[in-house]
Design a protein around this ligand. Structure first.
Ligand code: NAP
Ligand code: GDD
Length: 363
């Protein structure tokens, strides 16, 4: 029976990975941070499971990392913890570097110092953001990196330090270069979830308008539940390697809006250009989407498109047999339609958040 340690277990991916590993019979340990509010909603259903355990640790705190590694002695570590919001990394670049770059080093060195280097396999949550200002399309494992945000620069350090520990200390340490993956559990300020929540609220008369940034940005969006399977597969290979995980399909933010609003019952038409572009509800003629430069980034990554050939060949993971783009949008909208319908108890809070989003205060 294997023991896994997941950092970032309270996040979108951490919660899906914990479910997958529990299904496989693992003893699952996760790290959490102290917070003044309850932020464990994604894993609340797992608490109380006899093989599910939580420990306090922070990637900024070596002592807490060493303590948990010594206690758990994991066979596999999945490092999913990060300040994961690209736009926020422009506001908090030093914190982002500390957690997303130095944090990876702290964990790898902790594994070594706890005498686990030969037995413990290590997965690093790397990212398509490394390709940034892309140098070729689509992007594969050989595409040169050109990080284009403080987040991506920090993650680039994480990628290289994993490679370094693999080569210097012969550790089974790998990076999954994952393209964007979304779900009904996605954080509410990432663009897909912001759109599906707004579509649901607008369809139910609880929000008037959605403000977005660059509508032309292109992403290769997959379903998070499908992607955590690859994290596990990467650590089950005979030798440690890095893999691109993507669907091989690309869509714009504008297109995501069209599909999401349609699923919520609103047919959209986009008119105008750049900052003057608007999404109009065809049935009522009302403007429901506007562009706000508040959501533009100092440098924006606009053309991510992954080539998952290596994952197909070596992991046997075929994205064409997984959740499609339309299925992903539909499942997110359906979940948010249900969530918004029973939002009454916390309606005031929600309305405030919607207003903050509208005013561009919350990115
Ligand atoms: P997420 O929902 O934002 O979750 C991030 C997790 O990291 C949360 O559990 C958070 O804990 C934890 N965390 C943040 N700072 C920490 C710190 N200092 N010490 C310990 N834990 C900390 O992110 P996600 O979408 O699940 O992504 C998981 C990982 O994959 C991240 O590393 C992200 O950068 C990477 N990634 C994501 C995507 C994607 O499209 N989702 C694509 C490529 C790579 P709290 O709950 O306490 O904040
Ligand atoms: N968040 C946000 N909010 N993004 C917007 C908005 C908006 O109102 N309007 C347009 N966008 C554009 C962004 O400019 C970006 O080009 C694109 O939508 C996607 O933004 P996000 O959903 O915030 O995700 P991301 O691609 O920057 O980062 C996510 O994917 C990375 C993998 O490529 C995160 O999950 C990262 O942690 C992950 O590494």
């Amino acid at each position: 029976m294997k023991t896994a340690l997941i950092t970032g277990i309270t996040g979108q991916d951490g919660s899906f990975l914990a479910e997958l590993l529990l299904e496989k019979g693992y003893d699952v340990h996760g790290t959490i941070r102290r917070s003044s509010v309850d932020y464990r909603e994604r894993i609340a259903h797992l608490e109380g499971h006899p093989k599910f355990h939580l420990h306090y640790a922070d990637l900024g705190d070596s002592m807490s990392i060493i303590q948990v590694l010594n206690k758990v002695k994991p066979d596999e570590v999945y490092n999913l913890a990060a300040q994961s919001h690209v736009q926020v990394s422009f506001d908090s670049p030093e914190f982002t570097a500390d957690v997303d770059a130095t944090g990876v080093l702290r964990l790898l060195e902790g594994i070594r110092q706890c005498g686990l280097a030969e037995t413990c396999r290590f997965y690093q949550a790397s990212t398509s953001e490394l390709y940034g200002k892309v140098e070729e399309v689509p992007q594969n494992e050989k595409t040169p990196f050109h990080p284009y945000s403080p987040y991506a620069v920090a993650k680039l350090y994480g990628f290289w330090i994993v490679k370094e520990y693999r080569e210097a200390y012969n550790m089974f340490a790998c990076s999954g270069i994952l393209f964007n993956h979304e779900s009904e559990r996605r954080g509410e300020t990432f663009v897909t979830r912001k759109i599906t929540l707004a579509a649901a609220r607008i369809a139910q008369g609880k929000q008037k308008k959605l403000l977005l940034g660059n509508l032309s940005s292109l992403r290769d969006w997959g379903y998070a539940k499908d992607y955590v399977e690859c994290m596990w597969l990467i650590l089950q290979q005979p030798k440690p390697e890095d893999f691109v995980i993507a669907t091989g399909e690309q869509h714009s933010v504008r297109e995501f809006c069209l599909y999401a609003f349609r699923r919520a019952g609103i047919e959209l038409e986009f008119v105008g250009e750049d900052e003057n572009e608007k999404g109009i509800d065809k049935a009522t003629g009302k403007v429901v989407i506007e562009v706000s430069p508040d959501f533009y980034r100092p440098t924006d990554v606009v053309n991510l498109w992954g080539d998952p050939t290596k994952a197909k060949e070596k992991l046997g993971w075929d994205p064409t047999k997984k959740t499609s783009f339309e299925q992903l949008v539909n499942l997110m909208v359906d979940a948010d339609m249900a969530k918004v319908a029973v939002e009454r108890a916390s309606e005031a809070v929600r309305t405030n958040l919607a207003e903050y989003l509208e005013k561009g205060i919350v990115k």
